[in-house]
Design a protein around this ligand. Structure first.
Ligand code: GTP
Ligand code: MG
Length: 136
């Protein structure tokens, strides 16, 4: 069965939204396989966001992701990779559709990097690579 990596980013943990995000994943019918609270270091985050190296928001993104604990979750289900991306909503929380995690719970705070509560792997290759990083 397909698996994906979900991260509740530091803004989600700080705003006490971990339970609400887990509730939505469970209500959708996906299975929780593993979960851990992580203080991510620079090495892990640089590997995780390798595709964004060189972009203007890369440094602020890594700084934000080190600003507090992250909840890493392994979830499973048929088509869970695209299914969780749909639950999360689009990247910009200002315009993410209502009904999604980012659309219902997120907003733009005018900071250097968009804080959008969650991460979900975007392909089978990303899911395999990221699960190996966060669940060694
Ligand atoms: P992740 O699940 O975190 O990977 O988000 P995503 O897949 O929806 O977006 P993407 O991988 O393209 O970007 C990773 C993160 O970088 C986003 O979640 C944002 O926090 C930030 N980001 C991406 N694009 C922009 C941008 O154009 N401007 C700013 N300020 N931040 C961005
Ligand atoms: Mg991404």
């Amino acid at each position: 069965v397909e698996e994906t990596l979900v991260l509740v980013k530091p803004d989600g943990v700080a705003r006490n939204l971990t339970g609400e995000i887990l509730r939505r994943i469970e209500a959708k019918g996906y299975q929780l396989v593993d979960i851990r609270l992580v203080e991510a270091d620079l090495e892990l985050l640089t590997e995780h966001y390798a595709e964004h190296q060189g972009k203007p928001f890369f440094e602020p993104l890594l700084e934000f992701m080190q600003s507090g604990p992250i909840v890493a979750i392994r979830i499973a289900g048929h088509r869970v990779i695209e299914g969780f991306r749909a639950l999360a909503g689009t990247t910009d929380p200002t315009t993410a559709a209502p009904g999604t995690i980012r659309g219902d719970l997120g907003r733009d705070w005018g900071l250097k990097v968009q804080q959008n509560l969650v991460h979900g792997s975007d392909s089978p290759e990303s899911a395999a690579r990221e699960l190996a990083l966060w669940f060694k």
